[in-house]
Structures are given as structure tokens and as C-alpha cells.
Design a protein around this ligand. Structure first.
Ligand code: TMP
Ligand code: MG
Length: 214
């Protein structure tokens, strides 16, 4: 049996990831493609609850500690992600390790560089496709709904966007596709469907799931 694929959505807060992720999941489900939808942070686990409290400003965490909690929240899901993929299910995730690295590095803590932030992610399943919904922090903020959680500030989001670009340049960017998230919902959805379908149809069937390399 062909393995499932690992498809990830990334982007700034309010870039439309969650909406587009849901649309892709429904579209593929209707077409009979077995899919599972996940998101990180997964706030339902004990680690996820600690992250949620931090994001909502109810607790404080040292920068490296919260970084490692976000990473641990991915690692705790790995057995289940691998089991789904091995069972032929395509796993579609709203945020993954790119967010993990860039949001932490955007804090400008001198001992928390982009390269430091990537180390705990080494060995995680590597996405077959990463869909980056690109929008400026200014345009994202115009969509409303910012200001409720810790990182929803324009200055930090500007750095996050730059760091996404830096990461794409230094990481193996071959599976990374940038989509202009300023287009209409329909245009964005159609671009996403095209990339996702060609990823799902790609003859990677005999290739095992890869790992994030050092
Ligand atoms: P959400 O808005 O997608 O629920 O994500 C909550 C916030 O957490 C968002 O501002 C991005 C941030 N984040 C990290 O800082 N590190 C991570 O590893 C992840 C997955 C998200
Ligand atoms: Mg958010």
C-alpha cells in the first residue's frame, strides 16, 4: 500500500491557514482521499495546555523552555503521525516546525538563534510539501482578530515573515511552495489544491517518510 503524504501549512497569524487547511481537508475527503487534519500547537495535551496558558498570557515561560515545549508537543504526536502515514492516510497539519523555529527566533534573544531553534526538530518527519501562505504583517493585521495572543503584534510578525524567508533559503527549500495569500479565498484554495494533488499523486510511494536533517 502507498504511504500517505505529510502536507504542512505555514504562515503568519491571520494568513488564512486554518480556513484553507479545512477547505483542503474537506475537498480531499469528498474525493475519497484518506486524510487526517492536525494542528500545532495541539492544545489538547498536558503540554499543549501549558503552551495555551503561555500564549494567552496566563503564565510566563523562559524563551528556551517554551521553545522546547512547542517542540515536545510535536514529538509527542510523532507515533500517531507515523502510524497514519504508514496506514496510507495523508496528514495535513496547520503549522509545524518552521513556525517552531521562526517565532522563537523572532524574539531576538541572543542565545536563541534560528540555528539553535532548529536542533530539537531534527529527526521529526519531514513534510512532503509545505504550503507557505504569504502575506505582509500589515495586511494580516487588517483582517482583524489580532492582539488576543502573545505573538500577535506587528513588529514580531514582521520579523517572523523575514525569518520564514531566511529559513527557506537555508533549509532544504525544495518542498516549500509560496502562495500569495492576498488573493481571493477561491484563488488561494485553487492554488493549494493543485500543489496538494500533485504531491499526493507523486510517485513517492516506495520512498519512506524522510526526517528533518541536521
Ligand atoms: P495558532 O495561532 O496557529 O494556534 O498558533 C499559536 C501561536 O503559536 C502562533 O502565534 C504561532 C506560535 N507557535 C510557536 O511559537 N511555535 C510553534 O512551534 C508553533 C506550532 C506555533
Ligand atoms: Mg494565532
Amino acid at each position: 500500500m502507498a504511504r500517505g503524504k505529510l502536507i504542512v501549512f505555514e504562515g503568519l497569524d491571520r494568513s488564512g491557514k486554518s480556513t484553507q487547511c479545512e477547505r483542503l481537508v474537506s475537498y480531499l475527503t469528498e474525493k475519497g482521499v484518506p486524510v487526517k487534519h492536525r494542528r500545532f500547537p495541539d492544545r489538547t495535551t498536558p503540554i499543549g495546555q501549558m503552551i495555551n496558558n503561555y500564549l494567552q498570557g496566563q503564565t510566563e515561560q523562559e524563551d528556551h523552555v517554551i521553545h522546547l515545549l512547542f517542540s515536545a508537543n510535536r514529538w509527542e504526536a510523532v507515533p500517531s503521525i507515523e502510524a497514519d502515514i504508514n496506514a496510507g492516510i495523508t496528514v495535513i497539519i496547520d503549522r509545524y516546525y518552521y513556525s517552531g523555529c521562526v517565532y522563537s527566533a523572532a524574539k531576538n534573544n541572543p542565545s536563541l538563534s534560528l540555528s539553535w531553534s532548529r536542533h530539537p526538530e531534527e529527526g521529526l518527519p519531514r513534510p512532503d510539501l509545505c504550503l507557505f501562505l504569504d502575506i505582509s504583517a500589515e495586511d494580516a493585521a487588517k483582517r482583524g482578530g489580532w492582539g488576543e495572543e502573545r505573538y500577535e503584534k506587528q513588529e514580531l510578525q514582521d520579523r517572523v515573515r523575514q525569518l520564514f524567508a531566511d529559513m527557506r533559503a537555508t533549509d532544504d527549500g525544495s518542498d516549500f511552495v509560496t502562495i500569495n495569500a492576498g488573493q481571493s479565498l477561491e484563488e488561494v484554495a485553487s492554488a493549494i489544491r493543485q500543489h496538494a494533488e500533485s504531491c499526493i499523486e507523486a510517485k513517492l510511494d516506495s520512498s519512506p517518510l524522510r526526517r528533518i536533517q541536521p
